[in-house]
Design a binder for this molecule. Sequence first.
Ligand code: GLA
Length: 395
Amino acid sequence: MTESNTVSPIADRVRRRFREELGEDASVLCFAPGRLNLIGAHLDYSGGDVLPLALDLGVYVAARLREDSQIRLRSLDQSLAVDVDAGSVGESADSDHGWARYPLGVYREFARSHGLAQGLDVVFGGDLPMGSGLSSSAAIEVALATALRELLGLDVPWLEIAHIAHRAETDYVGVKCGIMDQFASALGRDGHALLLHCHDRVVEHVPMDSASFHILVVDTKRSRNLSATGFNTRVEECTRAREILCEAVGERTHLAAFTVAEVESAQAALGERLYRRARHVASEMGRVERAVAAMRAGDFPLVGQLISASHESTRTDYDVSCEELDLVTSTAVGLDGVFGARLTGAGFGGCAFVVLDPSRVIEVAAVVRARYEERFGLEPGHAVVRPGGGPRVLD
Ligand code: GLA
């Protein structure tokens, strides 16, 4: 996954900032992609199947090991300036450290599993909208893990890098996220989506015909402040729903293993809310399976219909959408050349995306933007994204 001579303007800025801020040249410059989940919403932590892709947008990191034990973290946009001693990186994150918690979690993983004790200078930069559902945190984690792998000369498999990044977020930062984001970033392949069976952590790469199928991301710019609380509540609801279903229907290791019929049969025991959560999980499993088959067959209208149905289910059964995301998706699906649309990431704000015929991107983006501005008085961001490669060392 090493690529040399890849020069992006952001990579250059990160390299320059490193020199200005930290006095010397970085020893290594790496990139890790963000991700977009085509379908399989909120299934990873229930052991289901998901279909994300690594994006051609992501996070760049310039890094150098130090002789002493200081860790100095900086970012292009100045949102990060944290200095800590390596010895003080404890078992769990300090909330005052903001998004430095993610790289510090990765540092701790390398300290634990590879005896890293040296200090580190790091500058981050990227072209992903931060905190908007395209997994900037996983990209930060995987980018730093890639840099440490290189700096320490370790031949750590990319699957292990995915696990390291995931443990940084769950064990150190304390987010109860599933494995999708870190796996998509660490194991992405150019021109492919990843079919990730989260229960047994098996990955298949599914080719995507980007010439016939474009993805337009629309950033609602609605902050996802509620997402941490709402997200953790969904995880707890799914744990409880599985326990009830195990009693009512029979033992299963994970919630996504129950069929829609089994969930229906246990409706009374589940109660209204948990029934809807479990119904989303079971029905979404069927949509993922059909979407993968349709993607392999090049049936993009069907992929799009399933993506729109997924949005509807996250809106009505899973309650993670919001007015802004619904306006974007409902506006887009009525337009010529649009195959489908849904929210991405955890929801509660952030980005939606539209899958569409490449010849219609400009018109669709213009209509969505105009309706959004008219309704919310705010211009949404937008970008066309494609499946890019996994993490890489740039120089
Ligand atoms: C967030 C989490 C992921 C996944 C999605 C929802 O992005 O980090 O693990 O649960 O939400 O599909």
